[in-house]
Design a protein around this ligand. Sequence first.
Ligand code: ADP
Ligand code: MG
Length: 573
Amino acid sequence: MRPIQSLRQHLNGLDGKDYGAYQSLTGAYSYPTFELLIDQIPKDPYAPPHTGVYRVRVEWDQARFPGEMIASGIRAIAFRDYLTRRIHANCLEYSKRRGTGNSGIIAIAEPGQEILERTSVVFDAQYIEARMFLGLPASGRRIRADTAAKMIFEELPQVVNASLFADALDLETISRYLQTAEDAQFLRDRLPDLELAAFVADGAILPRISGVDRRPLDNENVVPFRSPESLEVSIKLPNAGTITGLGIPRGVTVLVGGGYHGKSTLLQALEQGVYNHIAGDGREFCVSLPETVKVRAYSGRNVVNTDISPFIRNIPQHQDTVAFSTPNASGSTSQAAFMSEAIEAGAKVLLMDEDTCATNFLIRDRRMQQLVKKEHEPITAFVDKVRQLYDEHGISTVLVLGGAGDYLEVADHIIQMIEFTPHDVTEIARQVVQENPSGRTHEGEERFELPKQRHPYWDGLDTRNEHGHRRVYAPNPHELIYGRMRVDLNDVEQLLESAQTKAIGLAIEYARKYMDGKTTLREVLDNVMSDLHEHGLDLLDPKFTGDLAAFRDLEFAAILNRMRDFRADQARV
Ligand code: ADP
Ligand code: MG
């Protein structure tokens, strides 16, 4: 550990030199209130942020936070997440482009609306460690020592001192933040006992600013959520006291309503309810079971030996649907594959929105049954499967529908959205069904056979690109660059942050040791998740870059399943 003065002298000597000379600054330095570990400095001012590794360490004894802030796993995660946000906000005060490329940038991995375990701030017994990025400044490729000095000796300490010390922060706000996470977790943990798939609190603000901005919509027209009385549930939370809201029961639930009445917005709250939201999000107390998966169609995707036979059989030219592969799935086969894969990975609740479903996967009405005989239709419509999935396997479905009325007779509960407020129309729908029989013939089999498990192989999952360089990164949440592969994840809607996508990419690389062609995918998932549980996300990144966030095994499986060089065999019986 060198004193910070030595860094200052050294830096002065670098002025005007080639950018590469910055690398001589790597090392550990002690500031009056913290330590700075410069592990890695990029060779180039244009290098992406994650190629520089700057770790700031503050001793707990100096930071002086009350012990209760890390008194449980969920509190520690929420506290780490909170500190990341403080640093992020404080960096914005100083960070600006000052020279070539990323010159002048002071940053930390940007968090979204969810409280997640993140490697941007980590704790050990002695330290709080924040992993930041500094874009050391240059004109062209020439070092600007004066600006660098300002960043390193003035701005960085100001950010750190304003973010990582109890004296500088509002402990009340932090406490509420941790309590919110604790309450949300408690609420989610209660769902199984209450036989609920999800819960949406009264007063919640569900709509978002836009499709690309997930902060809450904030204008005078926003309608706060209000549960219909018949489905109202009240729950006592450890911190917030008793709250009421809509309990969506397990089973088959259909959300109906006219266009633009808020159906998709409610469904999205259920999709994202697998995560805890930050205080102020509007959906703090909207939770779903952790095994909830949004399923949709996405034509063109890759499918690897997936058993789609529960939904599709006897396709022309005799392609096998028990081990179905294609580089270019149709709408209905992509949806069948998504559903089989989700079930294989452990989904307990399936969410679907008519907007993003293949019609022929969902329904086959009476007239179509008469015109196109069953022997000429490989697809068994989901309307004939949805009950079996729940009755035989306990897998619930929540389906948004505006047009497909045949589902009214297979649903346990029917909720109508009217001007953004839900109404329980189950009884009315029963009458409608009685008075207007669909006249359909049931086409499902006797039983729903669960899709067969697959055994993954590691060998297609090379992280080296065409130049032989190891490459795993996520330019955005819905795109993973993994070796030579560019994986399109636009249909994996519950992936919310690039930090999750990158973490899964690294976890797939890590998990290759379990992919021996004999271990089932489900077992591979269990092994990876239990390793991560034991060692934390740092297991995936020995460089401590700080841009990883927690993810579910369900998204891990979803990404693996979309990789074009992924190989898996099926256990044949
Ligand atoms: P649907 O799926 O029924 O067609 P959406 O959920 O897409 O409707 O909602 C339509 C529009 O209304 C969206 O722009 C959405 O942001 C907005 N919206 C949804 N819920 C509310 C609400 N509670 N208050 C105000 N606007 C809302
Ligand atoms: Mg919609």
